[in-house]
Design a protein around this ligand. Structure first.
Ligand code: KG4
Ligand code: ZN
Length: 407
């Protein structure tokens, strides 16, 4: 043990095997991510059995890579942190089993981290790194005080709003809103698959949407049913199991399965199936996200670019409307947007403009920390290490682990 607050984070909840070493939750010494995108791309989505197999292959070299990048050995570490849920059971188990074995062999404490809390700490880690750089420049070496914030975690598996509050050196999370069905990233991935674009769909739609008219197809979001209507109903979806919906304010509930169906209807009505199948063949042969207008037009006719732009405009608009309404209702002065979809360019631009208009502060993680990584897991574990909150010896995967409770 070094006593430097060195935590090795391990993340394997979905389709990235990641390891990172972060010092005192504030300085990233290394971060290695092995993506499984090429494995899952031909299927247009994550295949759980393949994900577990790929994690098994990658975990040892990825952890070794993180140690080598930081120029450290296992003996230098102070703790090991691992994602314990939510995520795919088999995938989570690979990371947990390896982390347990390492912790046991080295006599190190093991810290279990909720993946969603990790995404929130991706932004906090960035902020601490920037504050440290600024402090060095200005020679002001005092630590910045943590502040509460409304956090939108928007990824392939989640679209959740939390009120994150610092409490006695740690953080507490109150669930404010969530999706009642698909996550926003899931809608991106399903719409991309439907249109014959690559996997994951987010970066493809993000890139192509810039070349279409966002007002061409008027998508709308239906009003979500009231609390009274939802109360007593058994949630139908996998995501819905993780936290009670009936306890939440319906103004802050999201639903993305409707827009996915609306795109499907549009595709059928306009006979776009064949066009999409042809595109899927092209994309499989050249899986590179188009960057120029020329490349975009080589892949999609203008009407399809308009459809893509309209879909994205509607999704971002809905995320904005509910997030800012929640911020206003809670009196939050600060918003954090994190998770894979937070990498989206239109989302960043429109959220930033709206925050400025309302006089609110807003923060996003760097692009590399937006999607799944282990630096965010190691950063989230730091307050736990200080508080001595360690995982039990029988720690196991919890695929539907919830974060916080309803307010
Ligand atoms: O956080 P993440 O890596 O994994 C989960 O925890 O789910 O998020 C992955 C999701 C995918 O659905 C992917 O399509 C989406 O994030 N995504 C994006 C962008 N980059 C990744 N969605 C919209 N725009 C992007 N640029
Ligand atoms: Zn994630």
């Amino acid at each position: 043990m070094s006593g430097r607050g060195l935590i090795l984070g391990i993340e394997s909840s979905c389709d990235e095997t990641a390891a990172a070493i972060v010092e005192r939750g504030a300085r990233t010494l290394s971060s290695v991510v092995a993506s499984q995108i090429p494995t899952h791309a031909p299927y247009g989505g994550v295949v759980p059995e393949l994900a577990s197999r790929e994690h098994l292959r990658a975990i040892v070299p990825v952890v070794r890579g993180a140690l080598a990048q930081a120029n450290l050995t296992l003996a230098d570490l102070d703790a090991i942190a691992v994602t314990s849920g939510p995520g795919l059971a088999g995938a989570l188990l690979v990371g947990i089993t390896y982390a347990k074995a390492l912790a046991f062999a080295q006599g190190l404490p093991l810290i279990a981290v909720n993946h969603l809390e990790g995404h929130i700490h991706a932004v906090l880690l960035n902020e601490r790194e920037c504050a440290a750089a600024h402090a060095l420049q200005t020679r002001l070496l005092q630590e910045s005080q943590p502040e509460s914030a409304l956090a939108l975690v928007v990824s392939g598996g989640h679209t959740h709003l939390y009120l994150a509050r610092p409490a006695h050196g740690s953080w507490t999370y109150a669930l404010i809103g969530r999706t009642v069905d698909d996550a926003a990233g899931e809608a991106y991935d399903k719409v991309a698959k439907l249109l014959g674009l690559g996997y994951p769909g987010g970066p493809w739609i993000d890139s192509l949407a810039r070349f279409g008219n966002p007002h061409a197809v008027p998508f709308s979001f239906a009003q979500i049913k009231t609390k009274a209507h939802l109360a007593g109903k058994t949630p139908r979806t996998k995501a819905a199991k993780t936290a009670p919906i009936a306890a939440l304010d319906p103004r802050f509930l999201f639903s993305f399965s409707g827009i996915k169906t609306a795109v499907l209807r549009y595709v059928e009505l306009h006979n776009l199936r064949e066009e999409a199948a042809e595109r899927a063949r092209l994309v499989l042969a050249h899986p590179t996200v188009p960057q120029s207008r020329e490349d975009a037009l080589a892949l999609c006719p203008p009407s399809t670019l308009d459809l893509i732009a309209s879909f994205q405009h509607a999704v971002v608009g809905d995320l904005m409307k509910k997030t800012f309404a929640a911020a206003e209702s809670l009196g939050a002065a600060r918003i954090l947007v994190t998770g894979g979809v937070a990498a989206n360019r239109e989302l960043r631009t429109r959220f930033t403009a709206e925050a400025q208009r309302r006089g609110l502060r807003i923060a996003f993680p760097t692009m590399a920390l937006s999607t799944d990584n282990a630096a965010m897991i190691a950063a989230a574990a730091w307050p736990r290490l200080q508080a001595g909150e360690f995982a039990p010896a029988d720690l196991t995967a919890d695929p539907s682990l919830a974060l916080g409770s309803a307010r």
